[in-house]
Design a protein around this ligand. Structure first.
Ligand code: DGJ
Length: 761
């Protein structure tokens, strides 16, 4: 059995295919973490880890449970012990998971084992996104119930696994039976204590237009934490990290990962203590959280997906990709081929009308596009970003025949129509605001902050959510709208709800996130076939929580392919390619003026949910023909890209040799019959040097035929960009992986190659 309880030594063991997690109930019902790492044999008793380690590390200043006082034994000292779920007030000085106050003001929470059960399913989390098992998959869950020593406060610890995934999902239910309110100050989703100090932390940071850059540094004594207080996950940080051995690389080394399924204020911390032990934590950010848990109420923490591998960072990423795309993403679009879209934002901004949109769609159809997405500006009188949010009805000046007419004309082209919304927001200049000024959040007697001229709706209130969802549903339901882009363009300030009492205002941010999830759920229930792409001023709400509702997310407003390399590399550490919105945009790029070739823009957009964001009117016949080629290539390799394995081959973060910096990545189909290699030179090259790129993930016993599409130039004035196609020959998988593919750098600026790799008998 994958989850077992051993009565003799009171251990719980969770086995996935390649990992083992063990904890024990020791004296006085204390629950102690023992081990998380490489799989060990069934029945292995790891309790010796507690004895040896804890006894050696305790010191005079460490508290011990009062029951032990007489004996003076140090092995149960909370500070020395590995905690499974740490609480505040009992002497564990590392970051606790649970901090709270009982009605008498006391803040000591001393949890002891109460009972447990093992069930063979994966329960969903009330009101929150969570990993689920598919019909053909077996899931198992261990629920350990803990009880406070003095009060009737219970915490249920959930550990779930799904056969075939090397992942453990953790969350907790805090249950108040004390007869009085219990005030939660912090309820993190997990702590993991690791018995070593020689670890690097890999985390993500960024800003608008440059989200999810990778950072890697050795852990230092003390605590590193990254968080959000923006109301959403934010452009600045990400609720996902890894710790790995110093010399771990894509193929080698032990790595632990944690990915939180939450889309609001979070905190993630990694702490190396004076005893050279590491504690990882992640969960709702306590800085903006206070929850009054009334008697008989429960509070559920968001779910965290824990992963471990001894096979390097690449393997850990692929494990996350699999569980997220198949057990987090839902609905028909998780498996079905998604339409290639063109979005009019960078093409027109707010200046468009029905005829213009139809013209864009028609021209884009010529290069294989399946769907037109009408971005911001089709509603109210939104000619600029200072008006009309909340007025989700068609601007007849722009679309005189209404949405029905636009939709019909697009459908007549045999294309689909998608629409942009920003459901959580309200403009001061809107009918909605004039009717319901109190729906915009603000603290009484204070002028609220504006951002992009707009306010945030109080979607902690059911009536506000229902009203907005009804309004949006009318538009989506009036004609066959196939897709919506759900944007959120400002961070939250002035958090306050007129629906909450003074001592409940600390609940606002979490209730806001629950409100967002409820709105998504309502839309999905009403329109189960709708493809939803979420967005947040670029990639500011890119997390595994939102992926439960929307299988693709706009990765960043930065559409420059060279800038995108680092963004997409960082994002790929945890999140699958199928979730990353990526478009071929103008060259020169509207933000950076970088003049990338169609091939380069296409290859980079193919490492995501390939689409376009330009007005074809400005394209030459030649570039339109190249775009058609890119769309065809993407469609041809759709399943390898979106459902295969992803390998990072070279890194855009490496300052490579004097020759040039190169980024390269690979998609390999699960049966290893076909693969796709993308190579992007990040500099201007003047010297066609040759390099050897070692491929990954192929079958060493198969032979593969290689065919390349590369940037070339015709030496005319001005230069003419061409896509050169050539057969590279047949090679064995073994040779390609061990000796490497011979690649000649291409003279010019940021040249690119796409190489098809197909098995030959
Ligand atoms: C921010 C998004 O990231 C853009 O793609 C675009 O939809 C704008 N909002 C529209 O306001």
């Amino acid at each position: 059995m994958p989850i077992t309880f051993n009565k003799q030594n009171m251990t719980f063991t969770i086995n996935t295919e390649n990992t083992t997690y063990q904890m024990a109930v020791v004296e006085y019902g204390l629950l102690t973490h023992l081990y998380y790492g490489q799989r060990v044999k069934n029945g292995t008793d790891l309790t010796y880890l507690l004895n040896r380690y804890a006894a050696a590390r305790a010191s005079t200043y460490n508290e011990i449970p009062y029951e032990e006082f007489e004996k003076g034994a140090a092995r149960l000292c909370p500070q020395a012990r590995f905690q499974e779920y740490s609480t505040f007030g009992i002497g564990d000085r590392r970051t606790p998971c649970l901090i709270g106050r009982f009605a008498n003001g006391g803040g000591t929470i001393d949890l002891r084992y109460h009972s447990h059960k093992i069930i063979h399913s994966k329960p969903a989390l009330m009101g929150l996104p969570s990993v689920y098992a598919n019909e053909n998959e077996k899931a198992h869950t261990l629920i350990i119930k803990m009880k406070d020593k003095a009060e009737k406060l219970f915490v249920e610890l959930y550990y779930s696994i799904i056969d075939g995934h090397d992942m453990i999902m953790r969350s907790q239910k805090i249950i108040n039976k004390t007869g009085k309110p219990f005030f939660i100050n912090s309820a993190l989703s997990f702590n993991l204590d690791i018995r070593r100090s020689d670890l690097d932390l890999i985390s993500l940071y960024g800003k608008s237009n440059n989200e999810r850059y990778m950072d890697r540094a050795p852990l230092k004594h003390g605590k590193f934490s990254t968080d959000s207080t923006a109301g959403a996950t934010s452009n600045f940080s990400s609720p996902a990290f890894m710790v790995c051995e110093h010399n771990a690389d894509e193929e080698h080394g032990e790595c632990y990962g944690a990915v939180l399924m939450y889309s609001g204020n979070f905190v993630a911390s990694a702490e190396l203590d004076y005893n050279d032990r590491v504690r990882l934590t992640m969960g709702i950010n306590p800085t903006t959280f206070n929850w009054k848990l009334k008697n008989n109420e429960e509070f559920t923490t968001p779910e965290v997906i824990l992963g471990y591998t001894d096979k390097g960072i690449g393997q850990l990423s692929r494990n996350y990709h699999d569980i997220i795309r198949y057990n987090v993403c839902r609905g028909k679009w998780k498996k079905e081929q998604r339409p290639v879209l063109t979005n009019n934002w960078e093409a027109t901004v707010f200046e468009f009308n029905t005829d213009k949109l139809v013209e864009i769609a028609k021209d884009a159809k010529a290069f294989g596009v399946d769907m037109l997405v009408v971005d911001d500006g089709w509603f109210g009188h939104r000619d600029w970003d200072n008006t009309s949010l909340g007025d989700w009805y068609v601007d007849k000046k722009k679309l005189p025949g209404g949405m029905e007419d636009l939709c019909k004309r697009i459908n007549d082209l045999d294309m689909k129509l998608g629409l942009w919304f920003e459901p959580e927001m309200i403009s001061e200049d809107s009918d909605l605001y004039r009717a319901h000024p109190d729906w915009a959040i603000k603290v009484p007697n204070r002028a609220p902050m504006r951002s992009r001229w707009q306010y945030v709706l109080d979607i902690t209130r059911q009536e506000v959510r229902d009203y907005i969802i009804d309004m949006i549903s009318k538009v989506i339901g009036c004609c066959p709208i196939a897709y919506i882009k759900w944007d959120m363009n400002r961070n939250i300030t002035d958090a306050y709800s007129l629906n909450l009492k003074a001592d409940e205002q600390g609940e606002f941010y979490h209730r806001y996130v629950l409100g967002v999830y409820d709105m998504f759920e309502q839309i999905i229930e009403r329109f189960p076939n709708l493809l939803i792409e979420s967005c947040c001023g670029g990639g500011g709400r890119f997390d595994a929580g939102i992926m439960y509702y929307s299988p693709q997310i706009w990765t960043s407003d930065n559409t420059d392919p060279i800038h995108r390399l680092k963004i997409q590399y960082g994002t790929s550490l945890f999140y699958p390619i199928s979730t990353m919105g990526a478009h071929v945009a103008y060259a020169p790029n509207i933000n950076t003026y970088h003049n990338a070739t169609v091939l380069q823009r296409g290859v980079v957009a193919m490492a995501g949910t390939f689409g376009y964001e330009l007005d074809p009117m400005h394209e030459t016949e030649e570039s339109m023909a190249q775009m058609l080629k890119m769309t065809q290539l993407y469609k041809k390799h759709y399943f390898t890209i979106n459902h295969g394995d992803y390998y990072r081959v070279l890194s855009p973060y490496d300052q490579q040799t004097v020759i040039t910096r190169i980024d390269a990545w690979q998609f390999v189909s699960k049966d290893k019959k076909s693969a796709l290699l993308s190579i992007v030179q990040m500099d201007n090259v003047n010297d066609p040097n040759e390099i050897f790129i070692k491929l990954k993930g192929l079958d060493p016993n198969k032979n593969y035929k290689l065919f390349a599409y590369s940037d070339g130039l015709e030496n005319t004035r001005p230069f003419k960009s061409i896509i050169k196609e050539e057969e590279l020959g047949v090679f064995s998988g073994e040779v390609l992986m061990k000796a490497g593919l011979h690649y000649s750098l291409i003279r010019g600026d940021n040249r690119t190659s796409l190489i098809e790799i197909d098995e030959v008998e």
